[in-house]
Design a protein around this ligand. Sequence first.
Ligand code: DX5
Ligand code: ZN
Length: 231
Amino acid sequence: MLVAPSLLSCDFSKMGEEIERIENAGADLAHLDVMDGHFVPNITIGPCIIKALRSYSRLPFDVHLMIEHPLDYIDAFVDAGADIITFHVEASSDIDKTIERIRSGGAIPGLVIKPKTPADAVFPYLDKIGMVLVMTVEPGFGGQSFMADMMPKLRELRAECEKRDLDVLLEVDGGVSEKTIAAVAEAGADISVSGTGVFKAKDTAEAIRILKCSDDKDGLLLKKVLASKRK
Ligand code: DX5
Ligand code: ZN
């Protein structure tokens, strides 16, 4: 299991140091939550902050767009240094065009589904994307409770990808901690996002180690996986 700490729970007054901290503690990716106050009732960071963070870390940037018109901002996030850009299937942009825009910028496109959205909403796009992000909380805020009843959706996605012989990364976001990681791993996720679970832990490295459920010390697995998604 790869771990992507969500910077939403970090100390925003020193994000550069916080991203260095999770890199040193063994994080595999940095999850960056972008909220526009329209798609979700909260506002966070935009491309200029992500660009400023880029020089602090070599971790792949996993940018989760919770914004109403993702297509309009793809170029800005690619330019800021995003490696993976996920956007919501429920947002109001042309999904195919948005995927294409992310790909042509050289980043990996992914789709996100909110808790009330069924897994099959992303089936038509599975052969064009590198990742599906399954929300296990309503998007907008960190520190909410994990929705274990989303796990069948993860299994459904895994089964569909296997049936069609597609190698799409499955990521889970919301309420993931050492208490809930077993369910996430058991349902077949590749990457778990964790905000509170990592940043509020007493020992960051220990929290990340527990979430990993295994070791990928040299990051070899991640390098291989990301290279295959860029094709
Ligand atoms: C919520 C965000 C999550 C959030 C997760 O809308 O997408 O990435 O930071 O935080 P925790 O792990 O605290 O639920
Ligand atoms: Zn997120």
